[in-house]
Design a protein around this ligand. Sequence first.
Ligand SMILES: C[N+](C)(C)CCCC[C@H](N)C(=O)O
Ligand SMILES: O=C(O)CCC(=O)C(=O)O
Ligand SMILES: [Fe+2]
Length: 372
Amino acid sequence: MTKATIAGALAVDTALDVLFGDGNSIRFEDCWLRDHCRCSSCYHSDTFQRANHILEIPDATILNIESNETQIDVEWSDNHKSTYTAEFLSKFDYKTWKESKRLKPVLWHGDISDKIAKVHVDEFLKSVDGAKHVFQSLLDYGVALIEGVGVSEEATEEVCKALGGVQHTIFGGMWKFTTRADHADTAYTNLPLAAHNDNTYFTEAAGLQILHCLEHTNGTGGETILVDGFYGANQLKQELPEDFKFLTTFNVEAEYIEEGHHHTYSAPVIRVDNDTGDLVQIRFNVYDRAAMAFRNSNDCRSYYRSLRSLAKHYENINNQWRFKLKPGTVMAMDNFRVLHGRTGFSGSRVLCGSYVARSDWLDRARALALIQ
Ligand SMILES: C[N+](C)(C)CCCC[C@H](N)C(=O)O
Ligand SMILES: O=C(O)CCC(=O)C(=O)O
Ligand SMILES: [Fe+2]
């Protein structure tokens, strides 16, 4: 991108029209300008925080402006003076600003083993390029594999920390699970699990789920199933827009119950960004649906019809990627997007892993300059 320059500025009533060197023009309201003054009494540049309460910001008007190619100086009716650089102002064109914040998931179906990142653990932990590769894969496909990891909970924990940090829940921080019923949940059995998102009963579901199969001996099955929740939702939107609409607006309740715990949360199964229409989150889990009452017959029937319409995409074998997790390979997936499951199994199968909060893995991706 070329450096932003100012071609002209014109005060109009209660706003300032700024014309940039590239021909683009942006209107800034005076209340916005005053709030965005970056002088040391308005902004702590060492903490990147505003210095004043919103009620303290004076309702001043613009008295005078002076501009050159690189900045605009504003003199206010209360004698305050502000300077805005071309660089700063140019970032606040609504369209490009909004666009710059959008994630650009690459929708997929079927086997994506040749598309996603498969990065050696040393490269992931010790090099910026390795870390970027993993996080870019999580942003694009919602899946990444980290290979060559020590077959232990400790080695897995190091990876979880680097992915954003271990998130503590009722299941613990780092968890290890097998067929022993440590928690009242089907994950702790050898039964098959159809593709689902975890934590539909939390006010905020885990951002990433990380799984490392430490052992599977004396048995068969236990294949991992992954499916892109956004791909299925998008297919539904095209084929049955009414069902899609219903799932974006109707609150489906989920719950998790065990001794001493009762989590419940009610929200749409498909969450979209109201401005862009972008898919934000899929909250699909057929097992953890709570028993619900319905306002009327229509809602009740729409619930079953639309959930089944969506489920067909997730259960479609052509949309799923199935593979066997091997000791030494850590899988990380975006629990806001990618559904996971497993086939039933026999023998001794031990997995460990953790959740990572969405805020924390996106923080890492932002620190690596992969997103804004
Ligand atoms: C991952 N871990 C083994 C800790 C627990 C799984 C929780 C399972 C729960 N039914 C859900 O889908 O959220
Ligand atoms: O056993 C597996 O591979 C996954 C089980 C599961 O769904 C979970 O732990 O959340
Ligand atoms: Fe799960």
